[in-house]
Design a protein around this ligand. Structure first.
Ligand code: FAD
Length: 316
């Protein structure tokens, strides 16, 4: 069970992959086939995002975050971490969700606050009853060390934080409460991550900090994601993209080159030993990045029993 946590602590270079749950039953089949192919590269773990309204009690729904996570773990046999947000639930509901995770064998959680839906009054902000820190405390209090817990970190500070320094202190509180490693929000420039790691270490955050890498795979999509995350895309990137923005393949290739450059730098200077890829459920460019970085392990693909040459195939 401690595999994720132990290997991260060992400092052995690895990669991990984030996916969102597919939206349709057809998408589910494609998703697991893609994951099987990704598995050949030897990810340390994959993680599945959680969406407002997700509810593991609804395991029957094949596209729920928890069903997909259970499938990754039990069908594709890859260590799996489930994201879980707590802002929109009661404490009891969150604990019930964790019980459900336990019942399907999941032992790793990315504990998050999440966002509430915007309130109707225009200038009113949503009121958060619980934050990630609360959830981490509940998990440890109710489940001891059963779950490996990860938490989010924001290299530029969370947009709602009173200040960058306050956000760092809050991150330290999450780690002190039991988070065993940090996965960061996406960032566009290596120095942003490098500074964040230095600042974390300075205030005594000693757990591994894994850079969350979002390769640029589309002009509109990266602009949308940056806007949602309240991040500014640096001007030099926008300028580069301006010339190729209508050519999706060129944008993807540009994103691949830039992601490789940025990762090489932070891996080489020791700011990180591993990377976490936000795949957006895509494959080609992500795989290329991992191969370029030498993190892809080229394990033999698994042969399923019903495939030609599989162990149970009638021709054998
Ligand atoms: P928290 O860590 O709880 O922090 C929220 C804010 O509260 C911060 O600004 C923090 O500084 C502030 N704060 C809390 N307590 C204090 C205090 N005492 N004093 C001062 N400030 C305080 N969203 C999803 O809906 N589903 C997902 O699957 C998902 N996956 C994500 C994965 C990663 C790696 C990251 C980085 C984000 C992900 N998100 C996801 C987005 C996330 O839910 C939002 O960014 C959300 O706004 C914050 O969630 P959090 O757990 O990071 O919040």
């Amino acid at each position: 069970h401690e595999k994720i946590n132990r290997r991260i602590k060992d400092g052995v270079p690895f990669f991990s992959l984030e996916f969102f749950p597919p939206k349709t039953a057809n998408g589910v089949a494609n998703f697991f086939t893609r994951l099987d192919r990704y598995n050949e590269g030897g990810p340390l773990f994959v993680d599945i995002t959680w969406h407002m309204g997700s509810n593991p009690a609804n395991m029957a729904k094949e596209t729920s975050s928890s069903s997909i996570a259970a499938g990754c773990l039990n069908y594709c046999r890859v260590d799996t971490m489930l994201h879980m947000t707590c802002a929109q639930y009661t404490k009891e509901e969150t604990i019930r969700h964790l019980e459900q995770c336990k019942s399907v064998g999941l032992r790793s959680i990315l504990a998050l606050r999440g966002d509430l839906p915007p309130v109707t009054e225009e200038d009113q902000k949503p009121v958060y009853k619980y934050r990630a820190l609360d959830m981490i405390r509940w998990v440890r209090a109710e489940f001891g060390n059963y779950f490996t817990i990860a938490c989010s970190g924001y290299p530029l500070g969370h947009p709602e934080a009173p200040s960058y320094t306050a956000d760092l202190q809050y991150l330290k509180a999450k780690v002190d409460a039991g988070a065993q490693f940090i996965i960061t929000q996406l960032f566009f420039e290596a120095e942003v991550f490098e500074k964040f790691v230095r600042d974390c270490r300075e205030i005594g955050i000693t757990v591994p900090i894994i850079p969350g890498i979002m390769p640029i795979m589309g002009y509109e999509s990266i602009r949308r994601i940056a806007a949602l995350s309240q991040l500014t895309i640096p001007d030099w990137i926008l300028k580069d993209l301006e010339e190729i923005k209508n050519d999706d393949d060129a944008v993807g290739r540009y994103g691949t080159v830039k992601a490789v450059e940025m990762c090489r730098r932070i891996l080489k200077n020791g700011s990180a030993s591993s990377i976490h890829l936000y795949t957006m459920n895509r494959e080609g460019f992500c795989r290329e990045i991992l191969q370029e970085l030498g993190l892809w392990q080229k394990r033999p693909g698994r042969t399923l029993p019903w495939e030609p040459h599989g162990p149970n195939h009638p021709t054998r």
